[in-house]
Design a protein around this ligand. Structure first.
Ligand code: G6P
Ligand code: MG
Length: 218
C-alpha cells in the first residue's frame, strides 16, 4: 500500500537543472575548462562539491580554490533562482500535488540542494508539501540511499510504501538502494533503470503512477 510520494526538486518540479547547468557552464568558461550539456547530464543530482570535482577532472586545485569556485557557482545560481515564480512549476506538477493531497498521499521533497527551501518558497508550493529534506539533512548524498530513507522516516512510512520521482540517474540508484519504487523523468538513455520512465509529469495522475508501477505493467 503506497502512502507517500518523494519528489526530487531540481529538474522534476521545476527546471532549476537548467540554472545549475548555466551556473557551472559560466564557471567552467571562466576557468577555461571544457564543459557542455552532455557532461552536465552526468552531474544531475550530485551535490555541489562532487559536481565541481567532476568538472575539474584532472585539474588539481587547492581547497581554498575549490571553496571559492563553489561559492562563485552558487552566487550565479542564487541570482538565477531569484527570478523563480509559481509560473515556473513544470506542467502537471501543481495538479498532481493537489491530487495527492486530496487523496491523503503524503508528499516529501528530497533534494541534494542547499537552496531547496528557497526554491520551494518561490514556487509557492510549501502548503502542499509535508516534509522537505535538503542538502543539510544527511551526510551521504545520492546515489547513497540516505536522503530517501530519511524522507520516508520523516513521513512515518516504510521504504516499500514510497514512490520516488527523479530526473537523475544517481537519484534512481539511490531510491532503488532504499528499496523504493522509482519513476524516472526524461530520456530512457538516462533513466532506463527506473521502474517507470515518463517524459515529464504533464497529465500524469495518481492512477497512472500506480498502474505504471504495478508488477503487471512489466
Ligand atoms: C541538486 C541538483 C544538483 C546540485 C545539487 C546541489 O541535486 O540536481 O545539480 O548540484 O542539488 O545544489 P546546491 O544548490 O546545494 O548547490
Ligand atoms: Mg534532479
Amino acid at each position: 500500500q503506497i502512502g507517500g510520494v518523494i519528489f526530487d526538486l531540481d529538474g522534476v518540479l521545476t527546471d532549476t537543472a537548467e540554472y545549475h547547468y548555466r551556473g557551472w557552464q559560466k564557471l567552467a568558461d571562466e576557468e577555461g575548462i571544457p564543459f557542455d550539456r552532455q557532461k552536465n547530464d552526468l552531474l544531475r543530482g550530485l551535490p555541489r562539491r562532487e559536481s565541481l570535482l567532476a568538472i575539474l577532472g584532472d585539474c588539481t586545485v587547492t581547497e581554498d580554490q575549490l571553496q571559492e569556485m563553489m561559492e562563485r557557482k552558487n552566487r550565479y545560481y542564487v541570482q538565477l533562482i531569484e527570478e523563480i515564480t509559481p509560473a515556473d512549476l513544470l506542467p502537471g506538477v501543481n495538479e498532481l500535488l493537489e491530487e495527492l493531497q486530496q487523496k491523503e498521499i503524503k508528499i516529501a521533497i528530497a533534494s541534494a540542494s542547499k537552496n531547496a527551501q528557497t526554491v520551494i518558497e518561490r514556487l509557492g508550493i510549501g502548503h502542499l508539501i509535508d516534509v522537505i529534506c535538503d542538502g543539510y539533512s544527511v551526510q551521504r548524498s545520492k546515489p547513497a540511499p540516505d536522503l530517501f530513507l530519511y524522507a520516508a522516516c520523516q513521513l512515518d512510512l516504510t521504504p516499500d510504501q514510497c514512490i520516488v520521482v527523479e530526473d537523475a540517474a544517481s537519484g534512481i540508484d539511490a531510491a532503488s538502494l532504499a528499496g523504493m519504487l522509482t519513476v524516472g523523468l526524461g530520456p530512457v538513455e538516462r533513466l532506463g533503470k527506473a521502474n517507470l520512465v515518463l517524459p515529464n509529469l504533464e497529465n500524469v495522475h495518481w492512477a497512472d503512477l500506480i498502474a505504471g508501477l504495478s508488477p503487471k505493467a512489466k
